[in-house]
Write a protein that binds this ligand. Sequence first.
Ligand code: ATP
Length: 290
Amino acid sequence: MDITLERVGYTYAAGTPFQKRALEDVNIRIPSGSYTAIIGHTGSGKSTLLQHLNALLKPTEGVVRVGDTEITRQTKGKQLRPVRRKVGIVFQFPEHQLFEETVLKDVMFGPLNFGVPEEQARARALELLGLLGLPEGTAEKSPFDLSGGQMRRVAIAGVLAMDPDVLVLDEPTAGLDPSGRNEIMDLFRRLHDERDMTTILVTHSMEDAARYADHMIVMHGGTDVMQGPPEEVFGDEERLARWRLGVPRTVAFQREFERGAGLPPSPPRLTEEQLADYLAAAVGKGGGAR
Ligand SMILES: Nc1ncnc2c1ncn2[C@@H]1O[C@H](COP(=O)(O)OP(=O)(O)OP(=O)(O)O)[C@@H](O)[C@H]1O
C-alpha cells in the first residue's frame, strides 16, 4: 500500500488570529513495505505530516493517497474509517493515552470498537502483551500501576492490536533508557520484517535512521527537501548541515578519518559493522581503501 502526498499544504487554525502554516507544497511517496525514516529539525512539520497519514488531519490543500483511499479537505469521516484501521500511529509518549481499568481492556479497546469478536480480541491482546515482553499477570493490572517503560509497551500493544498495514512511530523511544530503547527498536524491526508492514519512523536519532530505515524523507520549514536511501541522504553532509541536521556518528568518524589520512570521501558507512570493515580495509591496505 503506497502512500503519496501531492502538493499538500496545512494551516492550523485557519482564518483565526492564531493561524499557523505548518506544511507547504509537500510531495512525497512512501513505498509499500519500506521502512521510512522522516527526519527534520524541531518545528519542520514532521508530526503534522504524520497526522495526515491516517487522516487525523485533512490537508488544507492537495491530496493524500493511502492505498486506494484519497483524502482531501472535502473527504467525509465515514470514508476515512478504512484508513484509520490500516494506519496505526504510536504517538510521542503514547502511555498518556491509556485510560481503561485494566491493561487487557486497554489493548482490546480498538479491535472491539472496530467489531472484532471479544474472544479473538482477547487472544490477540494476550499474545501481544507477551510479544512485548510484559510479565504474566500484567493483563489484569491497572495500566497506572505499571512502570513508565511497561506503560509504553502496553500503549504500543494497543496500536498493534489493530493489525495495521502501516505502522507510524513518532519518536517511540523518547524518554526510555538505552536498553529499553534498543529492545523496542529491535521489536519494531522484527515486526516490520515478519508482518510485511510499511513502517514510518519520525526520529531525531540519525543512528536509528541509518540502522533501521531503507528510505528517508528530510523535512525543513514545512516542506520535503530530500528523499532517498540513507546512503544518499547521509552522503551529503553539507546539505544536511544547511537544514541543521547531522550525520550518524559512524559517518562523522569516517569523515574525520578520511580527512586525517588524506583520502577522498567514500560512500557513508552507516553502521558500526560497516565502519569497522572499512577501517580494517583502509589500514590493511596502508590507507588505500575506497
Ligand atoms: N496544534 C497546533 N496549533 C498551531 N500550530 C501548531 C500546532 N501544532 C504544531 N504547530 C506548529 O506547526 C509547525 C510544525 O510543527 P510540528 O509539530 O509538525 O513539527 P515537528 O517537526 O514535528 O517538531 P518536533 O520535532 O518538535 O516534534 C511548528 O511551527 C509548530 O509550532
